[in-house]
Write a protein that binds this ligand. Structure first.
Ligand code: THU
Length: 130
């Protein structure tokens, strides 16, 4: 997609600073580029009832969808605790629901200071959608 993914990663990093993760101490931030060109950020938010935790990626995607977006084209993911921080299975499925059918979704991670861009299709082949 015609967008500076370095900036998208910068926004994911900024979002990771807002992480509420006192239980895992594993902070994550995400920045979603919607087809409209708008960007939505999110962080992981944990809870004393552990199952209520939401990942950074779903937090950002749900913010986008709740603002009226239906198609996302890129998601940058960052954790200060891990290189090449990749999305969990649940988040892959949520990305699949809101992917741009023509373009797919670019997933951007950072590994030792360099960006890696992969397609959602690589993470979730034969995805399910009604
Ligand atoms: N986490 C995310 O935010 N995104 C992922 O894709 C993987 C996991 C969060 C959930 C939890 O707060 C912490 O990382 C440890 O699992």
């Amino acid at each position: 997609m015609d967008y500076d993914y370095k900036n998208l990663m910068h926004l994911a990093k900024e979002a990771s600073k807002k992480s509420y993760s006192p239980f895992s101490r594993f902070a994550v931030g995400a920045a979603v580029l919607a087809k409209s060109g708008k960007i939505y950020t999110g962080c992981n938010i944990e809870n004393s009832s552990f199952g209520m935790t939401i990942c950074a990626e779903r937090c950002a995607i749900f913010k986008a969808v709740s603002e009226g977006e239906r198609e996302i084209v890129a998601v940058a993911i960052y954790s200060p605790n891990a290189d090449d921080c990749n999305p969990c299975g649940a988040c892959r499925q949520v990305m699949y629901e809101f992917q741009d059918d023509e373009y797919g979704v670019d997933i951007i991670t950072e590994n030792m200071g360099s960006l890696i861009t992969r397609k959602l299709e690589e993470y979730l082949p034969y995805g399910f959608k009604i």
